[in-house]
Write a new protein. Structure first.
Length: 76
């Protein structure tokens, strides 16, 4: 577990919050806000309840799959 606080490194606070590595990873994976002109499409919108979808790009077909663990895999 990792302690996070607003205090300087090396000092300890009684009110320090405790986060798990999984919580830290989830926070790091949050999508950044879309900048001007950048379009964000959710995986739910692409998959529409299916486990995979075919994507045509530059004359090639790719498969986007969602795993049971919530990860995405893009294959040619």
């Amino acid at each position: 577990m990792r302690r996070t606080s607003d205090t300087a490194p090396g000092s300890r606070s009684k009110a320090a919050a405790v986060t798990t590595p999984a919580e830290s990873a989830k926070a790091a994976m949050k999508p950044a806000a879309a900048s001007a002109g950048q379009r964000v499409v959710s995986s739910d919108a692409l998959l529409q309840g299916q486990s995979h979808v075919s994507i045509a790009h530059n004359g090639e077909t790719y498969q986007l799959r969602a795993t049971r663990l919530g990860k995405l895999i893009l294959t040619k």
